[in-house]
Every structure is written in C-alpha cells, then in structure tokens.
Design a protein around this ligand. Structure first.
Ligand code: PHE
Length: 349
C-alpha cells in the first residue's frame, strides 16, 4: 500500500463513519465505537498499517489519521448526547444518584444553652425582659457601683482576671465575676419600673473541681418598682421554681451577705431527687439544694444609678446556670458540661 492508497482508505473511513453515525441510535453507538475506534476497529487498524511506511511519510499520515480519530470521538460524544445514550450509561454505572446520602450529623444546642433558655423562658412568662452585658467589664460596674468598697473583703471571694488595659476613666478592666453589673447598666440606661433577666458567662480565679470552674454561667434577675419587697422576691422565685421543677418544689431563704443587697439571702430549693426524704448523695441528706444568691437591692446601689431610693426599691437574684443544668439532667460533675464529649452531650437533649 502506498501513500495515496492509505489516504484514500482514510477518506473512505471518514465518509462511511460520519454518515453511519448520523443514522445510529442510542443502542447502536457502542457497537459503532467498537467498529471504528475499538482495538480492532477500522481506523485503529489503518493507523497500525503505518508501521510499514518510511518515517517521514509516517509522520504526515499519522497526523491525518489522528485528526480523524479526534474528529470521530467528538462526533460520537455529540451523537451520544443527542440520542440520550449518556443517560443509558448512567443506568449501567454503579453510582445511584437516587440513593439517600450518608446521614448528616445534626447538631443541637449545648445543655447549658438549653438550660439558660429554659430559665429565661420561665422569667419571661413572669414579665421579665432579656438584657445582655459585656464579658470584659469595668471595675466600676462589676464592684464599685455594686457597693463593694475598694478594699472590702467581699472582693476576695470574687478574685478574677485583669486585662492589661484601663477604661476611659483610668479604672481597671477585668473579666466580670458575676452578672450583677447588668443591673447597673440597665438601671443607668432605663427608667424604672424595670424587670430584667440576663444570662451569660462569668469568670473567677478558681481551681477547677466537680463543682467549680474559672469560667461558668450565671442568670441574673432583678425588678425595680415602687414598694418592691422581700415578699415579691419570694413569690417570684417560688413561681419560677415550681414552673421549672414541678409544683411540689419548695423554696427556702437563709440569711447571707452580698454588699449590693440588704437583706441578702441564700436561696435553696427542696431536693428534686429525694424530695427531702433523707439519705440522698446530691443534697447530702439535708433535703435542700442551694441554688442562688438574692436580696433586696441596697439603697446605695439604687442611689448610685440615679434613682431616688425613697421612691424606688427592688430585688435581685443571681443563679449558677451549671447548677440548674446538673439538677435538670442529673449530672454529678460540672466538668462534663465543658468536655464536649459527644457520648455525654448526646444523652442530654
Ligand atoms: N452576684 C452574686 C454572686 O455572684 C449573686 C447575687 C445576685 C446575690 C443578686 C444577690 C443578688 O455571688
């Protein structure tokens, strides 16, 4: 076979294949491909014949042959698309696009967030609105305005972390030790009457153990109006506890000291596990669980916020959210709330 014969055969294959392709339906395309482009296909064999030609001719003819191969493959793809043969291929493939995917792990709120939300809901039902305050707080809001004198020993119980900066008036900046500064911020920016709760993170320089952490969460609540007394505080906390823990829950008050309340109280709820019946590891047999600090807001605090203490009075309380979460979910060690171990978090929904 000489060069011209080879070219003539190539032209024949081109004409024959392209006209045949136009008439081939989806089912015939695989056979068409084998016939022309397969291992023993017409074009493949013709290209193989090139081995008998001198190098220079082989180069030129090879380029022509390969050009037809490319042209034919492209035309074949177009025809596959036209006839829907691509979809037929999908049927054969092992990938089933209609199968359901792998289950996507759905996240959920952290137990502490759930607890805080529940507590806020409880107070919202009683007419409280929600406020927020900064985590980096001025000494003034965290201590001074709350009637902690600069050298008062009550500050020792709330040792914290200081920031290497000063506030605008040169006062210390620190990580807030409780949510009580929100009382001051709310009173200074709003007119009474006020009924507010605020939940968030607080910090203390504490060693970590089963019931202490250097970062934890509190819920603050306060009510300022005319003639607010300890009786209003008692009614409000009782209504809240019964809503959260059930109607059998009882509340007890015992005297305690916080510089920003007078009188001040430690508030306990009847043990939700043993209902006060005795040998219980959670309440240690006392029948009571201490849950929060509370009291009637000190007149110095009311005055410092620009309200007339003869006209306005209020109550306030501050509760550890971890403690409530531990009771609601039966958790013995608060560190479980921070370890982010899914085996534990998944049990608490
Ligand atoms: N802020 C107090 C604390 O963290 C709790 C408290 C709040 C006490 C409001 C009385 C009134 O210990």
């Amino acid at each position: 076979m000489n060069q011209d014969d080879w070219k003539a055969r190539l032209a024949l294959i081109r004409d024959g294949s392209l006209s045949a392709l136009g008439k081939t339906d989806a089912a015939g395309l695989a056979e068409f491909e084998t016939h022309y482009l397969g291992r023993k296909g017409e074009l493949t064999l013709l290209l193989r014949d090139l081995k008998d030609f001198p190098v220079e001719e082989r180069k030129i003819l090879g380029a022509l042959g390969n050009a037809l191969k490319t042209e034919l493959s492209a035309a074949l793809d177009v025809r596959k698309a036209e006839t829907g043969a691509g979809a037929a291929d999908l049927k054969k493939s092992r990938l089933d696009l209609t199968l359901a995917g792998y289950p996507f792990p759905q996240g959920s709120l952290h137990p502490l967030t759930v607890t805080a939300n529940k507590m806020c809901d409880g107070f919202q039902k009683l007419g409280f609105s929600i406020a927020d305050g900064p985590l980096i707080e001025e000494d003034y809001f965290n201590f001074e305005a709350l009637n902690f004198a600069p050298d008062h020993p009550a500050r020792d119980m709330q040792d914290t972390f200081y920031v290497d900066l000063k506030d605008a008036k040169g006062g210390d900046l620190l990580l807030r030790t409780h949510t009580s500064p929100v009382q001051i911020r709310a009173m200074k920016s709003q007119e009474p009457p006020l009924r507010v709760v605020s939940a968030g993170r607080v910090f203390r320089s504490e060693a970590v153990d089963a019931s202490h952490s250097f970062v934890f969460h509190q819920l603050e609540g306060f009510y300022v109006d005319r003639n607010v007394t300890m009786a209003d505080l008692k009614w409000t906390l009782e209504a809240f506890m019964k809503d959260l823990f059930g109607s059998q829950a009882k509340v007890s008050f015992s005297p305690s000291f916080f510089p920003f309340v007078e009188p001040g109280a430690q508030v306990a709820v009847s043990c939700v596990f043993c209902k006060g019946s005795g040998a219980c590891p959670v309440c240690k047999g006392t029948g009571w669980l201490e849950l929060l600090g509370a009291g009637v807001i000190h007149p110095n605090v009311i005055k410092g916020c620009g309200y007339d203490p003869e006209k306005w009075s209020g109550f306030a309380f501050g509760a550890g959210i971890e403690r409530f979460a531990m009771l609601l979910y039966g958790i013995r060690d608060m560190r479980m709330l921070y370890e982010n171990d899914l085996r534990i978090l998944k049990q608490i929904q």
